[in-house]
Design a protein around this ligand. Sequence first.
Ligand SMILES: [Zn+2]
Ligand SMILES: [Zn+2]
Length: 779
Amino acid sequence: MDDQPRRIFNARFVLSSVLAGLLLSLVVLIAANHLAPLPVHHLRPEPSTVALDRHGGLLRAFLAPDDMWRIRTHYEDIPPCLENAVLGYEDQYFRRHFGVNPVSVARAAMVDLLEGRFAQGASTITMQLARLMEPKDRTLAGKIVEVFRAFQLEWRFSKNEILSHYFNLAPYGGNIVGVGAASRIYFNKEPHQLSLGEAALLAAIPNSPNTLRPDRHPRRALRARNKVLRLLAARGRVTREQLEEALSEPVPGRRYAMPFEAPHLTRDLKLQYPGEKRLETTLDPSLQHLAEVMLRRHLKPLRPRGIANGAVVIIENGVRELRALAGSYDFFDFRHQGQVNGATAPRSPGSALKPFVYALGMQHGLVSPRSLLYDIPVNYSGYQPLNYDRRFHGPVSVEEALVRSLNVPAVSLDAALKENGLYYFLKDAGLSTLPEIRDHYGLSLVLGGCEVTLLELANLYAGLAEGGRFRPCRWLESQPRFTSEPLLDPGVCYLLTEILTELRRPDFPSTWERFTDIPKVAWKTGTSYGHRDAWSVGYTPRYTIGVWVGSFDGKGAPELVGAEAAAPVLFSLFSALEDPAGTAWFSRPDNVKSRRVCSVSGMPAGPHCPSTEEELHVPGLSPHRVCDIHQVIQVDKETGKRLCPHCRIGRDYEERVIEKWPARMAAWMEKNGYPLDPVPEHFPRCTRIASGDGPVIVSPPDGSELKIRPGAPLRYQKIFLDASVSNLTRTVYWFLDGQLVFSGSPAEKVFILPAPGAHTLLCMDDEGRSTRSRFTVHP
Ligand SMILES: [Zn+2]
Ligand SMILES: [Zn+2]
């Protein structure tokens, strides 16, 4: 009778003891957890830096700082066959246990007791992860710490996170860590592409990485793999058929090299973003391959002639992303500095910037495609631009000046644009290689008197392809998508694009002349001073491609001409990328209209223009002054002299259309044998002084300070008198300090001997119009 309460007491005592024990263990565990917190940073050792293409494929990997290959793999990228193989072989109850499997611990303890040593079979994946995280000796104390860490890991992480850490830390022999690096190096695959046989091999290797690595011990590796496969089949985790198929797979006998694609860009990005372990580029692997192959193919025959290198960039318009960058002929060609990135090396662009001058001329209303520019000698305070062929071509249209890449018209147009010219435009468009002020470059900027990189140059042209929007190009997914206000009107870009697609021009590569199915491309070439750099940049609606050919040592070669060295690469690439028949072209913007212009002056046709032609223009932007070269004069029937409104009163006359050129142009045409209709001289008995253009004194300019060089005879220091007059002028008169010193044809050269002092020079034409120039001669 007194047994009952005691039993209750005993039961209560046992229960509360167990509870107290559990509570105490919990307290101890919590205290231990605080005293020895999980070294989480060991779970994420510094990985290899990887550079990926736009589809996530591996372009290149760099060794981690401790010279290990660690390519981080997300749990989502672990294939089920690999998880199945590892869990089926190592830890069947992984999803159910709490870090330690009590059944196998008990079994292992028995074996240990019987055999007097520590077995390892009891290790769960969690315990193995604990050991990978914190390598310990195989002692009892080590085992206890491992179990404790396993509890901590299970407490802290989900099962998938534990697996993910395990797959990233498992050793695969040598400097290979984790399945990301192992599947690359042993199978040349991404983990998600692994077969069952490959997964089984990767499940086996971490048990003894240095004796099971297949590149050194293929037979042992094969045996270990087959053991895993048979166990999986015995445990019902793979079917008979799967087993047979996997057993028949060969085991790799060597290591694959890590991919080494786009070496220049990936290297530069790694240096530029040292903290970034995953460089997700915008490169397209097939375009990258194409760019490299084409560059090599075209450079190969040039190399024996001293042209060692080249570079190619491909930009996709619209998204403005870099799709390919080939930086040199061969990255490993140390003799020719193959590791230099030719796409980002600053070089002189030659004529490759000219299209932007014409675009600006159209944007600011100075010219339209058929406008005339004067390709005649000019002097901008000592700077006298010459053409490539050292000749002048007189009056040329904008179209002709651009496709023939004439220097003088481009320089003159840029001079006329003043503050709206090329320099500030390039600054606004984001060119980073113009460190100096505008005056440093002067007008030679137009002719390539500066430096650009191929990448930035191509990106400028992409701005034309995008209708005047100039913005940075992206090459990393982490970069923002840049937007910008247009710097050029879409209509102006369209007009320029139409000019740049002209095929009949000097810079069309001769090797391409026999091809008929050339895709439509807008392009321009450039050749730098001394034939050091050959350029070619072109665009279609979809792509902009830039090509540079030259040598990194800066040596020139006669073959280094944009048209022949660089343009063939450009055309080969576009032929590969664009279908000559089916490629959509830019559609004409609504603000581009057609009009009739004078065939001679290119100005909107007037009533006296003998012939006209079609021109595309942008109303509101393009110049609209009607042709003033074709004018009507009145000719006296009796004397054949020209009459003015003053002297024609009461006389019998007829009307005749003549060409009236500006003074400077007329003088040049006269001297260079251009047939100008002779214009009769003014009716001699007329007393009225004509209005309009008088002579313009070119030399010596007004305000000149001249100095007599001592020791040299004066006859070698004569002063050249030069004035531009209209082609209506037959005779000019020069007066020095009031004394007539010359009278005669405006084409004749006139010189005077210098005399110290201040002088006034006057030039008068046969209609009495005159100009003065004052100059001083210093003794
Ligand atoms: Zn006309
Ligand atoms: Zn008159």
